[in-house]
Every structure is written in C-alpha cells, then in structure tokens.
Design a protein around this ligand. Structure first.
Ligand code: ADP
Ligand code: GLC
Length: 497
C-alpha cells in the first residue's frame, strides 16, 4: 500500500489537552497509523494549560499567516513537538487571544466562549495554511467534530484550486452529534467563503451557521466512531436535528469503532494500581478492591459487589436517570463509587448521597486520571446508562479490567458489550434498552443477583471480557481503507467532466 500523507486536525489530544474521548482518539490513532508506515501529523491549539517546556516544544522559524475573512490576516507562532513515545510530529498554534486561556471551550459557568466561532475557524484555516508552509501536500486531511468541521468546506471552496491540495481528500469524524458549532451567521464573513454556501444544503441552519452540517455536506467521506451510532444519527432520536442531513449523506457515511491504548490500560502493568492481575491470576483484583474501598472511606469488605462510574456528569451519560434510581440501587447490598465533573446539580446531588449512604456510596467530584484507573481495577461492575454513546471508552477499559459493564444498549456500547445469556452462560456484561430508572434499577439488580448467586457465571463472563481486544491497530486499518476510498473518490471527481 502507498505511504499516505495525513494531516489530522483536532481541538484536543492526549496528553496535551483533554475534555473527553476525542483527545484519546487524536492521541492514539496517529500513532497506530504511523506504525503502519504512514506519514501522519497533527495540528491543534497551544492552550494556556499546555506547558511548552514540559513537552520540549520548539518554535518553527517562521510565523504562520492565517486569513480570517473580514478580520484580515492573523498571525500565530507554530510550536513543534512529538506525540510522546512516537515519531508523530504535532504542531501547536500559539495565539494568545484565541488560545491563551486555560480552558478549552467554556468559561467557569460551563458556557461556551463567545468567540468560539473565530477560535475554531482559525484552527481550521491554520491547519491548511500550515500544510502549505511545510510544503506538505496531504493525501488526506482528517477533521474531527464541529471544531474543525469547516476544513472540508474550505478545501472545496477557497483551496479548491490550490496546487498544494490538488489531490487532497477530506475526512470528517463525528465523535458527537449533539455539539454542532452553531453560530451567528456573521461567521460567514470570517470564513471568507461566498455567501452562496449559506443555504439549507450546506451551512445554514435556522438562519445560523452550523459548522458540523457544513462538514458533513462537504467531506469526501465522513464517519462516526461506531457502526451503531452511524445508523442511530439518521433518526430523530439521535440526530439532534441533523438526521435529515445524515440520511441525505448516508452514502458517504461509515462507522469505525475506536480502539483503546492497551499499554496504558492493562491490569498486568498499570502503574496507577496497587496490585497487578490477569485473567488467570485474579487475586490482585481483590487487593485493588480493598484499596478502592479505603480511598472512598467505605467498609473494607470482600463479600460485597462494588459498582463504579467515571464520567462527564451530563445529560448524554444518563446521569439524571442514575440520580432518579439511587434510592432503589442503594437498597441492594452493594457499594458504589463515582468520579466525575459536569453539571452543578449533579455535583450537589451526588455529594449529598455520600451523607445519606456513607457506608455504601463514595463520590469524588473532579478529574483524576490515577483514580480512574483505580476504579476500573477495583470494581466488580461498571455502570454506563448513556442516553447516547457514539463509541464510549470506559466500557472498553472495564472489559479489559474484568469489571463487567452494565450498559444501555446504544451506539458503541451496544456494539462492544455482549449481554449475559443465563442459559448459555455467555456474555460480557448486562444490557438494557429503555432509558428509565426502573430499567437501570432492575438491570443492576440482575447483576447483583448474579454476583451473589451465580459466581461461576460471573467468573466466566469476567474471563470472556478480559480476553476481548479493541486495538488501535485494527481501527487504524479501517481508517486506512476509508482513506483509500476517499482518495479514489477525489480522483474520480477530478476527472469528472
Ligand atoms: P466522552 O468522550 O463522551 O466523555 P468516552 O467514554 O469516550 O466519553 O471518554 C471519556 C474519557 O474521559 C475516558 O478516558 C474516561 O476515563 C475519561 N474521564 C471522564 N471523566 C473523568 C474524570 N472525572 N476523571 C478521570 N477521567 C475521566
Ligand atoms: C465522544 C463520544 C464518545 C466517544 C469519544 C471518542 O466524546 O461521546 O462516545 O468515545 O467521542 O470518539
């Protein structure tokens, strides 16, 4: 296979900046592509929270000019580094006004910054300007989510006849259909493209500019992060208003499940946990359970199942339904630990729960990577009642750690967790369909019952789960197939009369 030149554009990437799974993907997929022999590079903002010295970032000799429509040309410095433990170059755009703040997208009240349109038009436009400055003529520009979804549109308009991009096909990966980048239509003048693109088939959405819609319409190919979610977004329940657009562009839509990084998420080597274990030697998991109980101040008991959740505490994750079923869930003889940040009502409610059920419920409101690993290792079950889940990573970590996922059957959760079949003794978790407090309460009840009364089935499932693999190498190969397909489509378009 030909060695491809790929520029991946993302608003966050591990370990530099992360608010969710997008960062995990942007930090891992390029490494896997590189290992398969391709020339892949990344571009993202240098947020105030990223310390250039910590990552040994070096300034490129020249600044980068970025035309911003009626705002005129804006300039930024470009810092170059490498994704840790790899040879993947990563370029950071340094612009104090756009990215000097510590936070990525929102102010302290969780409200999106008012200049997010300009900030991410800048990132999108700069990614193409940077390719030119580096004399890097990509086969593929790979955009991710609304922040960079105007890239395909720019390639089809302002850069259409640019010699650097004559053979460039565009890919848009949608990690989340709920966040669309909806802005005042004046953003058209900053994009600098003709107003004729402000129409219902491209950028316009209820008299606003919709970045994600523009990307879906213009990408050579686009994908979501599971096959299940690719189908769901074509329905009104999951399309967040763009289901018609998704259906209209279904022929260019693909579904590719994410991988996880098994060097970081491996109970045999994990540096954050107190004891290591494997599917054949599980005793370390009991030690991890004790540690976890101690961390959360819960009674140190072996003979009780521990449930865990690590999540953004937002509507997408079904946190409201969990809150609604708490009284029921706490009536079981179990322990439950939570790690997360998000909506303020959830902070208040779940913190309060620790005073109502101090022997059963522990909660840490905050973001803590090490604690996330300890929870995955120390729990018996992991709870994920998502309203929608494009892929989901925590259920994949849980499988690897022998922590059986309890999931609502949606999107990537449905594609990766197999429901327990009592008669056959198969499965890797416990699944339910309807998102309501009863279904969650009952499914947790089923898990509790199985743990206490059918330990053989529990152990078999645990072993099945730990053997499952969702590697980045597999996912990267699927992305390469999609890239190839996009390149062919682009070539066909060039030769069209
Ligand atoms: P999403 O991107 O929708 O939030 P994913 O399951 O794809 O959901 O990814 C979430 C990632 O963020 C996982 O790696 C998870 O462990 C991590 N995470 C979420 N909240 C926290 C937290 N409070 N502390 C540590 N890690 C967290
Ligand atoms: C989004 C989705 C999540 C997915 C992640 C990475 O944040 O909510 O399901 O795993 O992107 O693709």
């Amino acid at each position: 296979m030909k060695k491809l030149r790929i520029m991946l554009v993302a608003s966050e990437a591990v370990p530099f900046a992360k608010t969710g799974g997008l960062a995990d993907v942007a930090g891992a997929l390029p490494k896997a592509l590189k290992e398969l022999g391709h020339d892949v590079r990344i571009v993202m903002p240098r947020y105030g929270s990223i310390n250039p010295h910590q990552y040994n970032l070096k300034s490129l000799p020249r600044p980068l000019g970025v035309p911003m429509g009626i705002l005129g040309e804006q300039w930024c410095a470009v810092l170059e580094g490498k994704l840790p433990n790899s040879h993947v170059p990563i370029y950071f755009l340094e612009h104090i006004l756009h990215y000097g703040r510590q936070a990525l997208y929102n102010d302290a009240n969780g409200v999106g910054f008012l200049d997010n349109d300009n900030r991410f038009i800048f990132l999108s436009r700069a990614s193409l300007q940077l390719c030119k400055m580096l004399h890097f003529a990509p086969d593929i520009v790979h955009a991710n989510d609304w922040h960079t979804s105007v890239v395909p549109l720019l390639l089809n308009t302002l850069y259409r006849y640019d010699p650097n991009f004559q053979h460039t096909a565009s890919i848009l990966t949608v990690h989340n259909m709920q966040y669309q980048g909806l802005f005042y239509k004046g953003a058209m003048d900053v994009l600098g493209i003709d107003w004729k693109h402000f129409n219902m088939h491209e950028l316009e959405w209820h008299d606003h500019v919709n970045f994600l819609k523009g990307g879906i319409c213009h990408a050579t190919l686009w994908n979501t992060v599971s096959q299940g979610y690719a189908e769901e977004i074509q329905t009104s329940q999951y399309g967040y208003g763009l289901e018609g657009v998704a259906r209209h562009h279904a022929s260019t839509l693909r579904g590719i499940i994410n991988g996880i990084d098994y060097t970081t998420w491996n109970p045999e080597t994990d540096k954050h946990i107190t004891a290591h274990y494997s599917e054949t030697h599980l005793s370390g998991k009991h030690t991890c359970k004790r540690t976890l109980q101690r961390i959360f101040g819960l009674p140190e008991r072996d003979n009780v199942p521990v449930f865990g959740i690590i999540s953004r505490l937002v509507d997408q994750k079904g946190i409201d339904v969990l809150a609604e079923s708490m009284t029921g869930i706490m009536s079981y003889d179990i322990q439950f630990v939570m790690l997360g940040t998000g909506e303020s009502w959830a902070h208040d409610y779940f913190s309060h729960c620790t005073t109502v059920w101090p022997e059963k419920f522990g909660c840490y409101i905050g973001y803590d990577e090490a604690l996330a690993h300890q929870i995955e290792a120390g729990c018996d079950f992991y709870v994920m009642p998502s309203r929608f889940e494009p892929c989901g990573l925590n259920q994949l970590y849980s499988l690897r750690y022998g922590t059986l996922p309890i999931i609502r059957s949606t999107g990537g959760l449905k594609d990766t967790v197999e429901n327990f079949h009592e008669k056959r003794g198969t499965g890797t978790g416990f699944c339910f369909d309807d998102l309501n407090a009863h279904a969650l309460y009952n499914t947790i009840g089923w898990a509790v019952y199985t743990w206490y009364n059918n330990p053989t089935a529990y152990k078999t499932m645990q072993k099945n789960a730990m053997k499952k693999r969702f590697t980045w190498e597999d996912s990267a190969r699927k992305y390469l197939e999609m890239y190839d397909e996009a390149i062919v489509l682009k070539r066909t378009e060039l030769h069209a009369p």
